[in-house]
Design a protein around this ligand. Structure first.
Ligand code: PLP
Length: 372
């Protein structure tokens, strides 16, 4: 390989989409209408339809979309929300921003998703909601989670920021809970060319509340009924997302092909490989190894980018030191954080590049490791 393999390649994606994207962006620019117009409405409708949900509400980004969902469900001060400690910090930050308390339930080490048994252990009289994350593109156990929620009268907000198009029991991720919340950050499976997010729901009242909250709490112009946010999806981003949505299934298929290639090529080495599932959308391909840091360095030296999602569980971030959560609180999540490594996986990654990554990892475990 004579060039460095990056962790993502949005430049290559844009080159492929250029005619369509340019046309969509120019359409918005010449329309003279940039905030909450027909592009946003059009994307909301097609995305809701794609997900099999009744309503979609565009938002400024994924974290604020989570905040909007929590606010629409009137979750705040004094309330607890059970979530996973192995996620993007944004998941917990949103809970904190509405004044509620994130309560961390450990993961299932086989899936790295939140463990329903652990959720049950964390329920208190203050618990208002469960906020599972469909980590790396794999849907959490929504059957068990919904059963627990019904039994305990809890709301469910699904963080679908890494699982656009994933399915569980024949239904799309995000349609099980009261809200499914998406980020359209550029590197997500469906990403804008800037910040963007959105929510889906089947509940008309909740959809309306979310629409009000995202736009200064206005119900009609200059009629402010709640202390809302400014978290609107831009017309330009909506136009871009509408173009990209038509490629999402193809892109998810290409990601799956790469994951399959990794899974067969990397077998038999001292690593834990992610288990394949029919409807996994492979936002990330994450292996686990005791020699993670050495492997990452070796890959970098051989021209391959890799990342760690995430190097610390959320409660070990200094922003959350005030919670005083001791080491060993969620042992499986803590252990995973020390072993996980995300390899490049994106539709633009070529077969040749994938083969090279596989060969390099094999070399690390057969020769490279001995040298170190
Ligand atoms: C990306 C991401 C978010 C945050 O989305 P932003 O659009 O960056 O605010 C939230 N949760 C998860 C799981 C994510 O991957």
């Amino acid at each position: 390989m004579n060039s460095y393999i990056p962790f993502g390649n949005l430049k290559k994606q844009y080159e492929f989409l250029k005619p369509e994207i340019d046309k969509a962006v120019m359409r918005v620019l010449s329309s003279g209408w940039f905030i909450l117009g027909k592009e946003v409405e059009g994307f909301e409708n097609t995305f809701a339809q794609y997900c099999g949900a009744k309503y979609c509400v565009g938002a400024g980004n994924g974290m604020e979309a989570l905040q909007i969902a929590l606010m629409a469900l009137e979750i705040g001060e004094g309330d607890e929300v059970i979530t996973t400690p192995l996620s993007a910090a944004a998941t917990s930050l949103a809970i904190s921003h509405v004044g509620a308390m994130p309560v961390f339930a450990d993961i299932n080490p086989k899936t790295l998703n939140i463990d329903p048994d652990e959720i049950e252990k964390k329920i208190t009289p203050k618990t208002k909601a469960i906020l599972p994350v469909h980590l790396y593109g794999r849907v959490a156990d929504m059957k068990r989670i919904m059963e627990i929620a019904h039994k305990n009268h809890l709301y469910v907000i699904e963080d679908v920021a890494q699982a656009h198009g994933a399915k569980f029991d024949g239904k799309k991720a995000g349609t099980f809970g009261n809200f499914g919340v998406f980020s359209f950050y550029p590197s997500k499976n469906l990403g804008a060319y800037g910040d963007a997010g959105g929510l889906i729901t089947n509940d008309e009242t909740l959809a309306k509340k979310a629409r009000v909250i995202r736009d200064y709490g206005q119900d009609g112009r200059y009629n402010h009924v709640v202390i809302g946010l400014n978290s609107r999806l831009d017309e330009i981003e909506a136009a871009i997302l509408s173009v990209k949505l038509s490629y999402l299934d193809t892109w998810n298929f290409l990601r799956k092909k790469i994951a399959e290639k990794y899974n067969s090529g990397l077998q038999g080495f001292p690593m834990i490989l992610p288990k394949e599932e029919a409807n996994h959308v492979w936002h990330l391909y994450v292996i686990q190894t005791d020699r993670r840091d050495l492997l990452q360095k070796y890959l970098d030296e051989h021209g391959i980018a890799s990342q760690i999602h995430y190097p610390k569980v959320i409660y070990q971030q200094s922003a959350y030191h005030f919670l005083n959560i001791p080491k060993g609180y969620a042992p499986y999540a803590e252990e995973a954080a020390e072993k996980i490594l995300s390899l490049p996986i994106y539709p633009e990654l070529t077969e040749e590049e994938t083969d090279y990554i596989i060969e390099t990892i094999k070399n690390f475990f057969t020769h490279g490791a001995r040298r170190i």
